[in-house]
Write a protein that binds this ligand. Sequence first.
Ligand code: ADP
Length: 552
Amino acid sequence: DVHPETRAFEADVAKLLHLMVHSVYSDRDVFLRELIANAADACEKLRYEALQTPGLGSGDTPGITITLDPEARRLTIADNGIGMSEADMIEALGTIARSGTKAFMDRIAAARDAEEARLIGQFGVGFYSAFMVADRVEVVSRRAGTDSAHRWASEGLGTYTIEPVALEDAPAQGTRVVLHLKEDAATYTERLTIERLVKAQSGHVPVPVALAEKPDAEAQGITDGSALWTRPKSDITSEEYTDFYRSVAGQFDEPALTLHYRAEGLHEYSVLAFIPETRPFDLFDPDRSGRMKLYVRRIFITDEADLLPRYLRFVRGLVDSADLPLNVSREMIQESPLLSAIRKGVANRVLSELDKFATSDAQGYARFWDAFGAVLKEGIYEDYGRRETLLGLSRFHSTTSGSDWRSLKDYVAAMRENQTAIYYATGTDRDRLAASPQIEGFRARGIEVLLLTDPVDSFWAGSGVDYDGKPFKSVTQGQADLGLIPPVEGEGAPAPAAPETEAFIAFVKTVLGEDVSDVRASDRLTTSAACLVASENGIDRQLERLLAASGR
Ligand code: ADP
C-alpha cells in the first residue's frame, strides 16, 4: 500500500502559515472569498483550455458547491474546474508564487496592532488563509483529462502530505477543499453565515455557487454566476440593469444614467456605473467617500479604492480590472499607477456622459442637477484640471432665469456689451437675493446676476475662477465697474452723482470710523440709499457669514 509522502513547505510558506495560524485578524471571513476565487479561477481556466483542447473536461456546467457538516465541524468547497495534478499541488500548495504575497507578509509581520492587521486582512492571501479558520485542510483533486487523483493535507505546521487516492474517492474532475474548522470557527457551518458571506463577497463571481446544508442534502443555488458587466450591452435588458443597480447601490429608484463600457488598449477594464435618480442617504456624510467597487477579474476587491473624485461620490457601480493582481493591498491600490489611469479614465468618462446627457435631455439633466449639482460643484475648487468642464456642466438660477436652470454658455451669450465679468450674488434664499440692493444697478443695466444659494458656492465662486475667459465677480465685492454699460430703458436709471455726495461720504466716514474700510459712491444702487460690500481682496460676505457660523 502507498504511504502518504511528507514534504516540508518552502520557508516563506511556513512563515506565512505561522501568521495565519496565529492570526490576529478579526476579519477571518475573507478565507471564503479566497477559496471561492480559486475555485472560480479553476472553472475559468478549464473553460479556456477546453477552447484549445476540445473534449477536455466533462462538459458539465461549471459550478462551485459548498457543503456544510455542522456535526463534524467541516466545510467543503468543491469545483468542477481544471483540477490539479500531483506536480501542480506541490507547486501551487507548497510554495508562494505570487510576488505580492512576500510584501504582504512583511507588512503583516510589521503590523503594530489588531486594527492594522485587520485592514491588511481585507485583501487575504489566497489559499493559505484557510488556516485562519481550519486546523486541518485537505485538498483532493483530479486534473481534467487525467486518470489519477491526489490528496494534499496539512495542519499548517511546516509540513504537508501528498498521496494518490482512488478515483472513486475524488471528484470526477476538479478540486474539493475540505476544512476541518477550529473550535471557534463553527459559525462557518451555518447556512445563514455562509449564504450571507457568499452574497456579500462573491455575489458576482462568474461561476454559480450552490450550498448544501448537510452532506446528504441537495445543494441550492445562492448566486447564479453571471457577471452582468461582462455580457454585451445589447443582451442586457433595462430591468436587468435596474436590478443590478439596486443591488449594487442599495437604492430603490431607477438609475438616471447607466454607463457600461469596456476600456481597451494600454489598460483593460470594464465599467458598469449608474447615476441615481434620487440622492443616496449618505451623500453628505462627512467622509464624502464614494461607493464604487473595485473588481479584479470579476472578484470583488474593495469599495474603498477611491475610484472617483469625491465630487462624483453619487456615482454607484464598479470597475473590473483585468490587469491588477488579485491580492493587491489597499496601500498598493492607492499608489498603483494603473489605478490612477483607471481613475482618470472613469472620471473623464462620467463627465463626458453627463455632458451628452445635458445636450440630449435637458429635463432629465435638470432633475440630475437638482439632486447632485451641489455635490458636483465641489469639484470646481477641488479639481483644477477639470474646472472648465465642471463649470460647463453647472447650472444656475439668475435674475433673469425665473425657475429655469441657466448654463454659463447661456449667460455668456446674453452678456451686455462692455460687460467683462460674470456677476453673482451668494446667499441662502433666492428671492431675497434677487431683491437685494446690491443688485439694483445690475438690473437697471440689464446685466444678469447668478443667484447662488448652495453653501458650496461661496467657496468656489470666490476662488478666482473664470469661465470662457470671464472672471467671476461677486456683486458685494469691490468696485462694480458698471460705468461703461448704459442702463436699459424703463428699468429706473441709477441716480447721477450729485456734488453733495462728496460731502456726504466724508460725513459717513467720520461717523462709521474704524468699522468700515471705505465709503464710496456706487453704480450698483438705483432706489436704495446704501449697501454693504466687501473690499476687492476681502472675502465675500456670504462666505464670511458661513465661516463665522462654523466658528472659523
Ligand atoms: P493565487 O490563486 O493567487 O494564485 P492561491 O494561494 O490562492 O494563490 O492559490 C495558489 C494556486 O493553487 C493557484 O494559483 C492554483 O494554481 C492552485 N489552486 C488553488 N485552488 C485551486 C482549485 N480549486 N483548483 C485548481 N487549482 C487551485
